[in-house]
Design a protein around this ligand. Structure first.
Ligand code: SF4
Ligand code: SF4
Length: 508
């Protein structure tokens, strides 16, 4: 039996089996162990979101087919499974190599609609646009192709972010989607200086930023990464401890660190009182068996890592008041045991009442920033984007929180707005709400595909795509001078400011 027949079931059966859930299983079954090993050996620092290794397996498998079968097999695969980003990426790469950038972009856009955080797809997209004249590039691509060789980012040297699976990241997992370890499997020190963590730091020290999403990272998109020389040089005026830390990292150039993370983002419990469509398809509250595991994690990882940290954020995954686990963590914190720790709360605001604030009386002196994610300036839109929430309750609680800020009981108040088709016309009103509540910062950011939206639904909401029918109207909204106010932060939207372009058709 020849090599092809040994590993290949009839082509039709192969294509029939290729469903989204079975993708990896089918690949593993079909690919020779040597090919699979080769794939992962070539991509040792890969994330489950990065299709590079899977594309490699797919292309090695296709290469085993007779030459005249490989192209049609790939086309049929995409025809039957239009959202398969691995197949789209491999067809796009071949188109790009043949000089057909526009065809490559069409496939890559579809691949990104299925998985925005796929770094392999993003790299190909940047390369495809990079081969076109500058005026054919969207603003985000123009920002993504800027050279970063001389830049520096302190995140991989100071940031420790947990996620629901227990995986730990050194930046927001959407911006740098490679895990350095897992809180259910390893102790803090082993995670913090794991080989993967060191490789990520190497990529920043060497200036290749290979694992960073140039399309998503707000610092890259807004051109806010400092040069390494500026970080390593003397500070202007008084140098705070964080600035001194970064200077040490930038000058020492070491990827293995002798001190723990300064900033911890606890996002390993998704329990929340709401169920927003951008985030989940139904309510998520940890079950009692999960609570037991969370208790173990609290004692083995969470409380120890907070000993070395000077700031903790609770939480980016759910709500600090809607999660039994995070309420429990808060109950374990006090200024005597954690004298250097500042506690930042990220919440939807629905449960942040005077009574809840009183319950936290033991840590009032530790509370730093309160970040309220809102995404609307009108009740109907709020009901849509914050499913289960009440705009009037939010406004009442915001008046209370704003009062805490005015009284100096919290150090900073931020409100946040994720922009999409249903709310972009309320952006200016949101700035007015921020003025009324006298917040320190109003943060806007682009809608992301977290996996809760179907691909078509996401495409309808993705106002950032130049082919979206309302993209021009969105760009026109950004022309308002209110967005130039110092307390407004446009982050990864910044690159969209400028004359609205003529709409382009969305690739099918
Ligand atoms: S993704 Fe951006 S913020 Fe994160 S480490 Fe890379 S450059 Fe820094
Ligand atoms: S409030 Fe935040 S964490 Fe809770 S469901 Fe909505 S987006 Fe998710």
């Amino acid at each position: 039996m020849n090599e092809v027949n040994k590993i290949r079931p009839p082509l039709d059966a192969w294509l029939r089996d290729w469903s989204a859930n079975k993708r990896y299983a089918v690949l593993a079954k079909l690919a020779q162990p040597s090919i699979r090993d080769l794939a992962f050996a070539r991509a040792p620092v890969a994330s489950r979101l990065d299709s590079e290794a899977a594309v490699l397996v797919l292309r090695e498998f296709l290469a085993l087919l007779p030459p005249d079968e490989a192209g049609p097999a790939l086309d049929r695969l995409i025809e039957r499974h239009p959202a398969c980003r691995h197949a789209r990426a491999w067809r796009a790469e071949q188109a790009l190599n043949a000089g057909h950038a526009t065809a490559a972009i069409a496939d890559l856009k579809r691949a990104m609609a299925a998985g925005f955080d796929d770094l392999h797809v993003q790299r190909l997209l940047v390369a495809a646009y990079g081969s076109l004249p500058p005026d054919a590039r969207s603003p985000e691509i123009a920002a993504a192709v800027r050279p970063l060789e001389d830049r520096f980012c302190g995140k991989p040297f100071s940031h420790f972010e947990t996620t629901e699976s227990g995986d730990v990241y050194v930046c927001c997992p959407s911006y740098l989607p490679v895990a350095i370890g897992n809180i259910h499997q390893a102790a803090v020190d082993d995670i913090w200086n794991s080989p993967v963590a060191q490789e990520l730091r190497r990529s920043v020290l060497d200036g290749d930023f290979r694992y960073c999403s140039r399309l998503s990272c707000p610092a890259i998109q807004a051109d806010r990464l400092p040069t390494r020389a500026a970080v390593a040089g003397p500070a202007a005026g008084n140098e705070g401890p964080e600035r001194a830390r970064l200077r040490d990292f930038a000058t020492a150039g070491a990827a293995k660190l002798g001190q723990g993370p300064a900033f911890v983002n606890l996002s390993h419990d998704r329990s929340c009182n709401l169920s927003c469509p951008s985030c989940r398809t139904g309510t998520i509250i940890a079950k009692s068996s999960e609570q037991e595991k969370l208790d173990v994690v609290r004692d083995r990882v969470v409380l120890p890592v907070l000993k070395s940290a000077n700031r903790v954020l609770i939480t980016g995954s759910g709500d600090p008041f809607g999660s039994k686990h995070f309420r429990d963590v808060l109950d374990h914190l006090n200024p005597e045991l954690f004298p250097d720790l500042r506690v930042d709360l990220q919440t939807n605001g629905q449960l942040f009442t005077a009574r809840e604030w009183q319950r936290l009386a033991g840590l009032h002196s530790m509370i730093g920033q309160v970040y309220v994610s809102i995404d609307a300036a009108a009740p109907e839109t709020y009901a849509e984007v914050r499913r289960g929430g009440s705009f009037s309750t939010l406004c009442a609680n915001m008046e209370f929180i704003a009062g805490l800020r005015r009284a100096g009981q919290i150090r900073r108040l931020v409100i946040a707005f994720v922009v999409q088709a249903c709310n972009f016309r309320q952006m200016e009103d949101f700035v007015e709400l921020g003025r009324r509540w006298q917040v320190d910062l109003i943060s806007f950011s682009r809608l992301r595909q977290w996996g809760a939206y179907k691909a078509d639904d996401f495409a309808r909401r993705d106002i950032f795509f130049p082919g979206h029918p309302e993209h021009g109207a969105f760009r026109a909204v950004l022309e308002s001078p209110v967005f130039a106010e110092p307390f407004v932060w446009l982050g990864n939207i910044t690159s969209f400011i400028g004359a609205a372009p003529a709409a382009r058709a969305r690739p099918q």
